[in-house]
Each structure stands twice: as C-alpha cells, then as structure tokens.
Ligand binder design. Sequence first.
Ligand code: ADP
Length: 522
Amino acid sequence: MTKQAEQILQTYFGYQTFRAGQKQTIDHISERHNTLAVMPTGGGKSLCYQIPGMALDGTAIIISPLISLMKDQVDALQALGIPATYINSSLTPGEQQTRLNDIKSGKYKFVYAAPERFESSSFMSVMKRIPISLIAFDEAHCISQWGHDFRPSYRSIIPNLSQLPDIPVTVALTATATTDVISDIQGLLDIQNDHIVKTGFERANLSFHVVKGKDKPTYIRSFMAEHRDESGIIYTATRKQADALCEQLRKRGFSAAKYHAGLSENERKEAQTAFIHDEKTVMVATNAFGMGIDKSNVRFIIHYAMPMSIESYYQEAGRAGRDGEHSDCILLFSPQDVQLQKFLIEQSFMDEGSKQNEYRKLQAMMNYCHTHGCLTSSILAYFNDKEAASKSSCGHCSNCLNRQNRVDITEEAQMILSCVKRMDERFGVSMTAKVLKGSKSSRIQQFGLHRLSTYGLLSAYTEKEITERIQFLVAEKWLATADGKFPTLKLNQNAADVLKGKETVWMYTTPIPASEPEDYQK
Ligand code: ADP
C-alpha cells in the first residue's frame, strides 16, 4: 500500500513526506496487524489511521473520548472532501437516526464515536451490518487503568466489539509511553511487540523550565509583558484560579480568554474559537482545555501549578510549538501544589492500588521539579526513550542553562543519609529536615528524635534549605522513597555508596527564572 498511501498523503492531505512512525504504522495496518502507535502530541497520529481508512474498503470506526475532538476531526476531513461523520450524545435522537441510516447505507469512510455508543443497541445493530475497514482507538491510554485519564467506558467496549462479525484490524494511538500503559493496551487489544511503533519523544523545539520560589501572578505578568503578542496557554489547577488569573490579566490589558468545565458550552466554544483564531492571545484554562486542539503557533505553555503526573505535563506542555518553532514550557512550582494533588488523590474514588500508582506518578512529577539534571532528559527517561535520554544535556532547559555554580554537597548528603538511617527509614522529608535542623517541635520530642546523634547536624541551614537538599537527593536517586501518601525516605545502593565515600554528590544552585522587565506593571 506504500505507493497508494503516499498518493493519498499528497493529494488529499497536501503533505510531501511522512513523519516519523507514520509509514510504519500504515504498513502494519495494511498487513492487518493490530498496531499500537506511540507518538508525541503533534506527531501526526491521525493520519496513521486516516490514510489506511481511505485506502481500505468499508468504514473506519474511530473511538474517541471527547465530543469536541470528534467534531474537529470530522470538520477537518470534510473540508478535504472526505466523507466523515460522528455520532454522540450532542446530537438529537432524530439526528442520530439519520446519521445511523447514512452509516448503514455506506455513505461514510470515517465514523467517530464515543465509547458509550457501543452500549447502544441501535448503534451496535448498524455496526454489525456494515463492512468495517478498521477500528481505531484514539487517545488509547484512556483504556488503561495505569493511564493518566482512565475511562472505564473505554475498557467496556472490548466485549461489545467482540459481537461484531469481522474487525479486520485494530489500531491504538496514544502519546503515553509508560511501560505499564503500553502492556495494558497490548493485552487488551491483542497487539504483538513487533507491531508497536514508537517514535522518539523528543520535541527539540521545546525548552523546559521549572521556576520555584516566585510570586506566580507577578512572574506571569512579567513573562507576558515580554511576550505580549505571542499565543500561549496558562494551565491552572482549579477553576477558581483560572477565573482569578484571567481577570487579573485582562485588568492589566492582556488579551486573555478562559476555559474550564464550570463555564457553559457556549462560553467554552467562544473562548476556544477566539484563541484558535488569534483574537485572544492567551488562554487561561484548567486541564479541561486542549485535548484535540490543533493550534500550531502556541509559543508558550505555563503551568500555574504542578500537574499530577509527567504524562499529563508532557501532553499539556506538548501543545506548544506544533509548527516546529521554538517554544517555552514553564512550570511554576510551589510546595502547596503537592498538597493539592495529594488531596485530589485522597478524595478520588480510586481503589487502594490505583491510589498507590497515582502517588508513584506524583513522586516522579515532584522529582522532575527538584532535579538539577537536564529537564528534557528527565522527561525522556521517564518515557523510556533511552536513546534520547542518554544525551545528558539538551542545552536549553532551565537546568542546562544554569550550570555555572556546581557545588560539592557530598558531606551534607552523608549527614542527611545517615540521619535517615538513624531514623530507621520510618519518616518523610519534613521530619528528617526538622531533625537535621534541630527543631524543637513537639513531634520530634514525642518520637525521641532529639536524642539522635544527627539531631541539629545541619543547624546552620534553614529548614527550607535542608528540605530542598533532601528533595534534590530523592530526585537524583541518591535516596529513595516508599510509595504512598506519606512517602518515607529509604536508603538505596546509591545512598550506601555516598555514605562509604565512593561517590561525590554535586548540586547546582537554584535555576534562575526569566528576568523581570521593569515595565510589567503596565
Ligand atoms: P497528534 O494526534 O499526534 O497530536 P495530529 O494528527 O493532530 O497529531 O497532527 C498534528 C499536525 O501535524 C496536524 O496539523 C497535521 O495535519 C500535521 N501533520 C501530520 N502528518 C504530517 C506530515 N506527514 N507532514 C506534515 N504535517 C503533518
């Protein structure tokens, strides 16, 4: 199908060459192998099923988690003259029936459907009667309970699909590449190792920054003043934050829109259109915004608070720079962000196992915020992109840009590690910092920790400085943590080597955030 695929790419989509992974995915599908394509956001996953869908006989069914996403995809295909439709709860029963009739008569090459549709008997009866070319699971990580956006309805499709007489081939597409998620998808959709197409995850045009200890609204105003005409998204952790920040920016004369699940559908639609058409330059939003938004010139993504996992972070940050131009992804960190995320995990209805998994992901996200190594490499290592991660320095993240002040902290590290040992590895960062500081806190007395030989060993430092060093040791894997809500510190092999004096621990001074121009008060 290679020749035909190239022809479709050029004549219908107007692109000359395939991007990494596209051709391979299309080849597997045309050979009727169930396939998993793992590519970063903006990597071009849609064409991987759209081209075979056009080349093969029958109708391609695309399962998609978001209504807005379906409509955009369908509009885009229709604009290219390709017969496509979607069917979901936003349509009236009458419209649904008309579309079902048209689907039955073979009018469409592509039908986008929400997972819940497969529970509807009228939809299933049409599915059973039409020739299907392929089934595509868009945002396939939603099928996995290890994914960052698990949707039970995605999983319950599988028994329903088995009622269909003939599914020639299934393709799953996702930007989440953790091993757990991949093997879950593989098992559920019967995908062999040879049919996983995984492109490199590096987005070389994105520069990552972690900013700590700054007043966030001031930082944002200052940044925006420097990037006044550039399009960007600011992700907040809550709707309230989005409302407040958007208001503040508007008062300062910035062109800001807002988007979150508390707004009406109309308000959201308006905000989204204004942003996409560059009538508003900045979008202040919760994570409700963005999935499926194809805006190429987003120059910056600022996270007003730390997200819950690196998967979510990379997906949201990845919405910058789809046009390949240089863009910035900035995470504004404060310790309260961690508390908020822990609260959200506790409040959720997840079972204990899933909660532990969320805590593990949260710890990885925190490590990203506290590492002094290259931020790009740290993300790529998380996604097991070993080749890219092994380049130890991207040269343009906030940590790589701040390599001047390297300090040998081996001695302090040894003090911290031996304190963890003396505390029998039963306490977390905060208590350990208190012991090293020599705090008079009643909890220290209560546990008799003031009697340890390491009590007050780092009293020359502030508790905050000690905390930072401990978090740094965890992030750099000189020290481990147990999983869970209260991650106790644990010694590992690296810690043993540091204690024996076999390793030197280097630390860089805190990354310097972007400069604050004087005119930001405007
Ligand atoms: P993803 O789903 O992986 O986030 P999309 O499928 O939305 O990415 O594609 C992102 C952008 O890249 C779209 O604007 C798409 O038209 C464009 N694109 C996809 N494949 C190619 C290609 N081979 N050459 C040029 N542009 C492409």
